[in-house]
Design a binder for this molecule. Structure first.
Ligand SMILES: Cc1cc2nc3c(=O)[nH]c(=O)nc-3n(C[C@H](O)[C@H](O)[C@H](O)COP(=O)(O)OP(=O)(O)OC[C@H]3O[C@@H](n4cnc5c(N)ncnc54)[C@H](O)[C@@H]3O)c2cc1C
Length: 511
């Protein structure tokens, strides 16, 4: 088998992976492995922007308070402190790398998003922040001789011997390739694709979480999945186009099939209520009218083409004019708060393995993510994981054995089960049913191509979400149990999952 040794592997070319690779580039040989093209990531599609306390009148303290409030009592406070304190410096790093944030009269323009107490969202090209930032970092990675880029390399499993990670095994055009390294950084992003409706592009199949779990690393907060209230219910279903919250921020109103605005019946903040409240309200209205969507009326927004150029163009491609037509919208799986448990330097519980970005669970987001904190997290903890990897890379490396390969299941059935039984509203009954069906699927189909291997990861990840959601007999943040609709103070704890172990409970502060 083809094999190559590196000082460090970075798996994933979203913001977390790109930034980690660039942080490492002067300190050793780095392999940047990604399963599609460098641009294929959630990061590339990020619209609204990046939160950081850089504005006049703002402070890390205010940013910390807003983040903790959104997290519904489950944030890891020291991690949040790191995020808000180090965030402004990482933004400066991006600017030195040539990222051009939007400015007005020479000053960086800061937008406002729901649940932020002040304007603190930096953005690029209006609503194309992810594309703007990633494009610049990709150019930088491509001209770095210390970084070897491996596109179209699907990481199948981690290489683990004697309780330590020594790299990863990847599949490229039918050929397995081993990448050995004393430090491996997982930056594989989220898992939105396990649900029938998602804003996430096809790469988001939870691979990194499945890889880490199979290798024995601990996972945390898997039951917390954020559902975005408004994706465009039109065009291809593989992933739905996101209609940013900022559109409601500018005055757009949700209406049901009869044309009635309905958010006044659900929350005093109406259309700008917290994401989980708006998503569940839409879900209820859709159920009442037995229709797969509601409408977003953005006709009152002045010059939407200038304010939201990307959204405007996408709507137009589908025959919808924002100033004339109500947009069909519905909720969709958007962001995983949980993931591979890490300390403050991105270290997982498996030596030699680090994680950052959406694949990781630093505890920053608690039970619900504050809008635009995830890109900042990818930067701050991508940087920290890279620094920690440098220390880990000093270990002498043996030649390890190659791991065995995982089994596979049917994807459409799996996405339906996830969406209906492990989605916005859950109960003991739906979760048990989901777990039974997933077990059946597991027995029925197997395959060995990339799609099959991804589906295996998706099945593992959603069954872990269902297990944790079944255990958490309360509603908190993005996790809503119809049979336990209130938050229960005794559940102010994290659920830790680890292969071969019973689920464990952990108090909120890591200490
Ligand atoms: C439509 C949309 C809009 C968003 N808008 C915002 C926003 O405005 N602000 C904000 O803060 N957040 C936003 N988010 C969330 C944010 O984009 C993500 O949380 C963040 O980009 C995650 O970055 P990441 O680097 O961890 O992962 P990603 O950007 O998802 O990158 C993961 C990488 O890992 C690779 N990969 C995965 N599995 C494998 C494997 N098995 N082998 C090899 N490579 C693999 C993928 O190909 C990809 O390159 C948005 C998300 C979406 C979907």
């Amino acid at each position: 088998m083809w094999g190559e040794r590196y000082d460090c592997l970075v798996i994933g070319s979203g913001l977390a992976g790109l930034f980690a690779a660039l942080t490492l580039r002067d300190r050793g040989r780095v392999a940047l492995i990604t399963k599609g093209a460098l641009e294929d990531s959630n990061s590339y599609f990020a619209q609204g922007g990046m939160a950081a306390a850089v504005g006049r009148g703002d402070s890390p303290d205010l940013h910390r308070r807003d983040t903790l409030a959104a997290g519904a009592g489950l944030c890891d406070e020291p991690s949040v402190e790191i995020l808000v304190q180090e965030g402004p410096q990482r933004i400066k790093d991006l600017i030195s790398l040539g990222v051009e944030f939007d400015r007005i009269d020479g000053q960086i323009h800061l937008a406002r998003e729901a649940a932020h107490s002040t304007n603190r969202i930096l953005h690029v090209d209006g609503d194309a922040t992810g594309r703007g930032v990633c494009t610049r970092l990709i150019e930088e990675v491509e001209k770095s001789p210390q970084i070897d880029i491996y596109e179209n390399h699907f990481v199948v499993d981690l290489i683990v011997t004697e309780g330590r990670c020594w790299g990863a095994l990847a599949l490229n055009q039918g050929e397995y390739r081993a990448f050995w390294a004393p430090a491996t950084i997982l930056a594989t992003g989220g898992m939105g694709q396990v649900f029938e409706e998602t804003s996430n592009p096809p790469i988001a199949t939870g691979d990194g979480i499945a890889l880490a779990y199979r290798a024995g690393a601990k996972l945390m907060d898997m039951e917390f999945v954020q559902f975005h209230p408004t994706v465009l219910y039109a065009g291809e279903r593989r992933f739905r186009f996101l209609i940013s919250e900022a559109v409601r921020g500018e005055g757009a109103v949700l209406r049901n099939q009869r044309g009635e605005p309905f958010m006044n019946r659900y929350h005093p903040l109406r259309d700008l209520a917290p994401r989980d409240v708006v998503a569940r309200a839409i879900w209820t209205e859709m159920g009442k009218d037995a229709r797969p969507h509601v409408y977003l009326d953005a006709t009152s927004i002045e010059d939407p083409e200038r304010r939201f150029p990307t959204i405007y163009r996408r709507c137009l491609e589908l025959g919808l004019k924002m100033e004339r037509d109500w947009l069909p919208v519905g909720p969709a799986a958007h962001y995983a708060m949980g993931g591979v448990y890490t300390d403050h330097d991105g270290r997982t519980t498996l030596p030699g393995l680090l994680a950052c970005g959406e694949a990781a669970c630093t505890g920053i987001h608690g039970a619900n993510r504050l809008a635009s904190n995830s890109l900042l997290e990818a930067l701050v903890f991508g940087w920290r994981a890279a620094k920690a990897a440098l220390t880990d890379a000093a270990v002498k490396m043996p030649r390890p054995a190659v791991p065995s390969l995982p089994a596979v299941r049917g994807r459409d059935a799996l996405q339906r089960i996830s969406w209906h039984w492990v989605g916005l509203e859950r109960s003991a009954q739906t979760l048990r049913r989901a777990l039974l069906e997933l077990e059946k699927l597991d027995r029925e189909c197997r395959g060995m191509d990339v799609e099959g291997l991804e589906t295996a990861n998706m099945a593992l990840v959603i069954s872990l979400v269902a297990k944790a959601a079944l255990l958490r007999e309360e509603s908190r943040g993005a996790h809503y149990r119809v049979d336990f609709p209130k938050a229960d103070p005794s559940w102010r704890r994290h659920i830790i999952l680890q292969r071969g172990q019973d689920p464990a409970l952990r108090p909120v502060d890591k200490g």
